[in-house]
Design a protein around this ligand. Structure first.
Ligand code: FES
Ligand code: FES
Length: 188
């Protein structure tokens, strides 16, 4: 199946003949047919070429756990994992996720709480909760990469891109350090 599906010609709207795009160039009005694995499930989704991964997740796939905070790379509320690496989905074009694996906070649902969710809960590390999905995704990618108990300083550095207006960060750091011990123990 072709990656690019064209929208109706009247939606293109180039007023001057010489302003028409060259053949085979992707235009903003083109809809891309994307395939990706989202939280373990293969999905195919059509979206305009300019859509970010965050927009596809929220507005095409109804995965609204990832938050649209600043929408310009400042707050980290939109953090997801792309092939296991934390990414700001508001700064990632959806086409960059084509053929790749995306994990969002919805992927953390299961019979048992993830150690990070459990420790965040026990430490009361969420208040309004707006930052929490991004924090969980960033922290999980970080702890998986480290594979050991981490220090408070390492957590502070790794989580510097995730802003929280409510908690003052101390409890979030506590929770991530505690979760690192549980995850490291689970590995052995
Ligand atoms: S919404 Fe992406 S960094 Fe703020
Ligand atoms: S808990 Fe409210 S922004 Fe973090």
């Amino acid at each position: 199946m072709s990656l690019i599906e064209r929208l109706a010609p009247q939606e293109v709207g180039f007023p001057l003949p010489w302003a028409r795009p060259a053949r085979n160039k992707v235009r903003m009005s083109d809809a891309l047919l994307l395939s990706m694995k989202v939280n373990g499930e293969e999905v195919e989704v059509a979206a305009p070429a300019h859509f970010t991964l965050l927009e596809v997740l929220r507005y095409k796939l109804d995965l609204i756990g990832s938050k649209q905070g600043c929408d310009k790379g400042d707050c980290g509320a939109c953090t997801v994992q792309l092939d296991g690496v934390a990414r700001l989905s508001c700064l990632t074009l959806a086409v960059q996720a084509n053929g790749r694996e995306v994990r969002t906070v919805e992927g953390m649902t299961g019979a048992h709480l993830h150690p990070l969710q459990d420790c965040m809960d026990k430490s009361v590390a969420a208040q309004c909760g707006f930052c929490t999905p991004g924090i969980l995704m960033a922290a999980e990618a970080f702890l998986t990469k480290m594979g050991r108990v981490v220090t408070r300083g390492e957590v502070a550095e790794a989580m510097a891109s995730n802003l929280c207006r409510c908690t003052g960060y101390t409890k979030i750091v506590d929770a991530i350090v505690d979760a690192s011990a549980i995850m490291a123990e689970g590995k052995n």
